[in-house]
Design a protein around this ligand. Structure first.
Ligand SMILES: [Zn+2]
Ligand SMILES: [Zn+2]
Length: 341
């Protein structure tokens, strides 16, 4: 029986591996204010960038595009906004994969998940005293029932149980955490990663360039940025696939339903990139060498896919061809087909 199960599993894996359309690929599972997640794959390495949907939805979408969640090597987080981390803790714990953040982003995320205490110092002292008394009572009860080594074992078992309970109770508990810094490259399996700082109102937000070493292919993610500063222009040179934010149409945002303060936030230098700003980057600073440009993080209220596409296509102008610079749109409701390189 176990042998036939093994054979079945093997056949299933083989079938799934055959189903992968290509070795190097970017698959956008979701992009927008309701959730962001993208799979970057090269050879045997698979990285999930952001986990901004529920764990269940992320698993469903990965299955829909033929990506096996159990083969993920890591989850990388751009920043701590909910649309990038909503399913993070549950997914990472379920798949037992390490999560890569900058230290500041990790701290901000932990703060976000940890309920704030309004306890006074006196209350805190009282609580500590009660906990200490309960613990010593447990030990003396154990001593009454057992003796010597048995007491120690009982205490150790109780401590282990408490640690396990704490882990379950801690919403920010992760299987493993790794820190990276903007501007300092690091590697995961067959992929080299260059994180770069983006101007956005989060603790330490980053975009990424992924370099598939063996094929020398570069894929970049640059969403959630108020404008395109020189370091981002520099980082995005020579990329083969670019997921670029094209968040809003300026007129639609100005006339739209958002309260004034939210409009100000979106428009600010640490908000989101407009269709016009994305187009300006594509016209003036983009080197024209990408196979595909994916426009992402489109606002549902303040943008129309046709407007975003038109602005980008006009900016790229004569550089569009069958082999290069095709413009695709990423949405929130369904995953995109894998982009193969
Ligand atoms: Zn954000
Ligand atoms: Zn976002």
């Amino acid at each position: 029986m176990p042998q036939s199960q093994r054979v079945d599993t093997g056949a299933c894996n083989l079938h799934r591996m055959r189903a992968y359309p290509c070795s190097v690929r970017m698959t956008v599972l979701a992009s927008g204010s309701k959730g962001n997640a993208t799979v970057i794959a090269a050879g045997a390495t698979r990285i999930l960038v952001d986990a901004g949907l529920s764990c269940r939805e992320l698993l469903k979408r990965m299955a829909a595009v033929g990506e096996e969640p159990e083969r993920l090597d890591a989850i990388l987080i751009t920043h701590e906004h909910l649309d990038h981390v909503a399913g993070l803790a549950v997914l990472a714990r379920r798949l037992k994969v390490p999560v890569f953040f900058t230290e500041q982003t990790h701290r901000a995320w932990v703060r976000m998940l940890t309920p704030r205490t309004t306890m006074t110092y006196a209350k805190w002292l009282e609580k500590m005293q009660a906990e200490r008394e309960a613990a010593s009572q447990q030990v003396s009860e154990a001593a009454g029932q057992h003796s010597g080594v048995a007491v120690m074992e009982h205490v150790e078992a109780a401590e282990e149980e408490t640690a396990e309970l704490k882990l379950k109770a801690d919403p920010a508990a992760l299987p493993a955490v790794e820190y990276f810094r903007a501007g300092q490259s690091f590697s995961i399996g067959e992929i080299d990663i260059n994180p770069f700082t983006i101007p956005h109102d989060a603790a330490d937000p980053c975009g990424f360039v992924f370099h598939a070493r063996s094929e020398s292919i570069r894929m970049a993610i640059a969403t959630d940025l108020g404008y395109v500063p020189p370091n981002v222009k520099q980082a995005l040179k020579g990329v083969d696939v670019l997921l670029l934010e094209s968040n809003h149409d300026l007129e639609m945002l100005k006339d739209g339903p958002y309260p004034w303060s939210v409009k100000q936030r979106v428009l600010s230098r640490v908000g989101h990139l407009s269709n016009d700003a994305a187009a300006e980057f594509l016209m003036r600073d983009y080197d024209g060498g990408a196979h595909t440009i994916v426009l992402g993080h489109l606002s549902e209220q303040n943008n129309l896919p046709e407007l975003a596409r038109l602005a980008a296509e006009q900016a790229i102008g004569g550089r569009m061809s069958l082999l290069g610079n095709r413009v695709l749109l990423a949405g929130q409701d369904a995953p995109m087909e894998p982009i193969c390189l």
